[in-house]
Design a protein around this ligand. Sequence first.
Ligand code: LLP
Length: 430
Amino acid sequence: MPETLPLTLPDRATLLAIAAEVGTPVYVYDAAVIERAYRAFAEGLAPHPHAIHYALKANSTLALLRLLRTLGAQADANSGGEIEVALRAGFIPDQIVFTGVGKTGDELDRAVSLGVKAINAESPGELDRIASRAVALSTTVRVALRVNPDIDAKSHPHISTGLKTNKFGMPLEQVRQLYRDHARQPGLEPVGLHIHVGSQITSLDPLRRAAERAVTLGRELRDDGIQIEHLDLGGGLGISYDGTPVPTPAEYAAAILPAVRDTGFSIIVEPGRALVGAAGTLLTRVIDVKQYADGLRFAVLDAGMTELMRPALYGAFHRIIAVSPREGLEQAYEVVGPLCESSDIFGRDRRLPPLEVEDVMAILDAGAYGSVMASSYNRRPLLPEVLIDQPSRDYKHNDTTTRSRDEPGRRHWRVIRRRQTIDELLSTEV
Ligand code: LLP
């Protein structure tokens, strides 16, 4: 038997209570799992000066951001919207790095006037645009140039970013010259280098090599008299979607730290998925079961690609389980969503106990790139989210909390985002 990791699933009684009270589909997050992952990064990186900038794009629900901020995380924002969300979650500008392959003038204005910790610039033109804004506002902006190291992350092509042919950053061999020509102009303070080679990376080698290339380049810049402070090594550490072991945050830290030791550069990391992915479960109900004459059997769920797009978009695998499995032999199911798209499939040929309408199902490891990528296609309102957490950590959730439950034998949970109504969905239309 190949080694498989235990499920990081909240207890079933709690899940059933949430499904009954909040309705399905609903995202459920376990704060303890996020906390464990955060501490693993923090402990692994402890030997070297570092900052953990959580990549908001993975999941930016306010309550999760407040939790991560409380744990010590800073923020990596990829849009003007994510900057605003980070501020509302309590991050200060000096805790925010602003990344993004295309930043609009308005977004740059906002980041410049806030004085974020660093803008990760993607091109010489962007450096010039930042500089002119900074001069106009009589300020100086901390910038880091994003380097494309031409490293194959060996992840899905849609989420690999470090190859020369990808649109991200500037080619490694050009960066030294670009920094000489563009980063020393008035209004700019070059403070770092940024590198991010992809996401869901399950081999440490590309991450280690990216760190080594960043160090080499950082030293060259220093030789040129450009005293950068930090190397932002991006995110990308993968999680196990199928239960087979993948590198842990501690192993990741052990892989990258040797490259930066004794360099004088501090590091920034931008994990997203590895902090929240395993903490999230998509709870959904069976709304139809049918069998074709040739034996093909379908279970249609009330969640679809609108709630979790990863399987349809990347062919991504997520484990699916019945929350209270019925007695009887396992059968093969095509587990599908209700949308009018043939790609709206969560899993083919899945061995599951006999399923009936109304059964509650859990789609695992959906905490990252789940709710943030949800859409209202087919006019489906955005789904609610629930956080299982210690009651003592009931910090303010503004008006997002609608209910909170603490029952004997079950874990404390509360709604951190309620289900959108049709009126809200239509509220921006004439
Ligand atoms: N930093 C930068 C510059 C990034 O582009 C990303 C992710 C991260 C950090 C965080 O990467 P992570 O640690 O989460 O791998 N929607 C896709 C993933 C897209 C990742 C985009 N960039 C998915 O569902 O797999």
